[in-house]
Design a protein around this ligand. Sequence first.
Ligand code: HEM
Length: 136
Amino acid sequence: MTETATVFDVVGGEAFFVELVNEFYDRVSADPVLTAIYPEDLTESRRTTAGFLAQYWGGPPHYSNERGHPRLRMRHAPFRITPQARDHWLKHMLEALQISLASRTAPPEVAQMMSDYFDAGSTAMINTHSPTDGPR
Ligand code: HEM
């Protein structure tokens, strides 16, 4: 990796992020803990998440051009994200990451950086510790 190459470039650009989120949302749609939180139709989720991640890791700012500042914690506030939901989310994302990186030649530091980001990012989205409805 040269000093100027972004993670986006190193993993293979847009196609990598599309594959990553498709692997991820295929797992989400089969997990009742997460289908309880996500919309039934995940088409938009796949699109916005791929766009956000591509931008975050150095790709073109399509997400912000369309949606404005990410403000991810605020955008997650309407959904009840418990520590259990976060753990399911992270497990699926790390599996998706491993599968998507397997066919590519990215150095191991890239896998580590992305794993660390998803770990910390998913923890930051936890907004309730109560497993049922009621005050947070
Ligand atoms: C690093 C961690 C995470 C990232 C980068 C991320 C990214 C995103 C993005 C970009 C969106 C679309 C926002 C928009 O409307 O523009 C979104 C929506 C959403 N996220 Fe996350 N998210 C993360 C963690 C989580 C976790 C831990 C959960 C639940 C366990 C979760 C559940 C949802 C739900 C339910 C939506 C709304 C449906 C949708 O618009 O797709 N997210 N997330």
